[in-house]
Design a protein around this ligand. Structure first.
Ligand SMILES: Cc1cc2nc3c(=O)[nH]c(=O)nc-3n(C[C@H](O)[C@H](O)[C@H](O)COP(=O)(O)OP(=O)(O)OC[C@H]3O[C@@H](n4cnc5c(N)ncnc54)[C@H](O)[C@@H]3O)c2cc1C
Length: 332
């Protein structure tokens, strides 16, 4: 069990900046995200597109913003737990929060910050009844190690860059590949693999193994395609999921917070960024940064009730320089 002052659900831009603001107030934090990389929507939905409305950064891409946020928070060394969804959150008798993730990581946190954005990003599934029983075995969502499939018959389902790239990597690794997408894909013409425009309608199994995929082709045929593995690359979609199960007051699937502390109806659980609702809320990164700043001050007051929470400037405070690991010489 990892003990921490603060646990942040979501490593989007707001969750990352939350860790920074907490760090300035000497509150250590761990961050969990279901994606295998930090950055939330900026990384997942528009990594290469420019953003123009971050204060003092006239133009930067989604990826660049995430890199800068990671660099900014680095002095505080937040624990980053990626590729796992926070599923359980419950208050213990001593007031701390017991938090558990899909990977079995457990935390005991004194405060929790929900920075879950539009929800936890999960792979879109192929909706065929009973197919999920093969997940993690013959059925994979996304491809990591292509060489594992050398010599096998593999069907890749999907039509985006990731799907085409997976088909190519598999073919190069020596697999017999069929790429299946609902419509024609002019970009997918490749000598390396076979392409079919059509849809999976069912499957056959024998002795607990997936043996065939039934395909209705776009030109009206039915195929029973023999396969060893099925790689589904249909992208990711956000799912609010477990956040709705934690007893927090919600309004239209947003977490309700007060605008002085950004606290939810549960004392000690704060919420910031796209996930929150309050009068006048705008889903912009800059709004999330403000929310994270005030939430950090509120958490400091809660964690250290006997000490005043002083506002210090990063430009002039020797203590903050020490925390940030910078050594600014006084101007003579
Ligand atoms: C195409 C596009 C362009 C945009 N352009 C701009 C722009 O120019 N300027 C601007 O200000 N804003 C822009 N936005 C909006 C901006 O991206 C969001 O306001 C911002 O990403 C919100 O940050 P966040 O950290 O609150 O949430 P997110 O970025 O959504 O991150 C939330 C993270 O929480 C994770 N998560 C959720 N639930 C769980 C859970 N239970 N367990 C583990 N992890 C979980 C998710 O996987 C996700 O990574 C744009 C959005 C889009 C889609």
């Amino acid at each position: 069990v990892i003990r921490t002052d603060a646990l942040i659900v979501g490593a989007g831009p707001v969750g990352l900046f939350q860790a920074f603001e907490l760090g300035l107030l000497e509150i250590n934090a761990h961050i969990v995200d279901s994606l295998p990389y930090p950055g939330g929507q900026c990384a997942e939905l528009y990594a290469d597109k420019p953003i123009y409305d971050i204060p003092a950064l006239p133009r930067c891409t989604g990826r660049e913003l995430v890199d800068r946020l990671l660099q900014q928070v680095a002095p505080f060394k937040p624990g980053l737990h990626l590729g796992q969804e926070v599923q359980q959150l419950r208050r213990e008798a001593d007031g701390r929060f017991a938090v558990a993730t899909s990977a079995g990581t457990q935390f005991l946190a004194r405060t929790v910050f929900i920075a879950g954005g539009v929800g936890s990003f999960q792979p879109r599934t192929l909706k065929l009844e009973g197919l999920d029983a093969f997940a993690g075995g013959q059925l994979r969502y996304g491809l990591d190690d292509a060489t594992h499939f050398a010599g096998q018959h593999v069907v890749v389902v999907g039509g985006d860059e990731g799907a085409i790239d997976s088909a190519l990597r598999l073919a190069r690794a020596g697999a017999q590949v069929l790429l299946l997408h609902r419509r024609d894909l002019p970009d997918a013409a490749s000598a390396a693999f076979r392409f079919i425009a059509g849809q999976a309608t069912g499957f056959a199994q024998h002795g607990g193994r997936l043996t065939h995929l039934h395909i209705a082709t776009a030109d009206g045929h039915t195929l029973h395609h023999a396969l060893d593995a099925l790689i589904v690359c249909l992208g990711l979609s956000p799912r609010l999921g477990p956040i709705t199960q934690w007893g927090l007051a919600l309004e239209r699937k947003q977490v309700v917070v007060d605008t002085t502390r950004f606290q939810t109806n549960e004392p000690g659980i704060f919420a910031v960024g796209d996930i929150v609702h309050y009068p006048g809320k705008r889903k912009l990164i800059v709004s999330g940064f403000h929310e994270a700043t005030l939430a950090a001050f509120a958490a400091a007051a809660l964690l250290r009730p006997d000490e005043p929470v002083l506002l210090q400037y990063t430009t002039t405070s020797p203590r903050l320089h020490e925390l940030l690991g910078v050594n600014i010489k006084p101007i003579a």
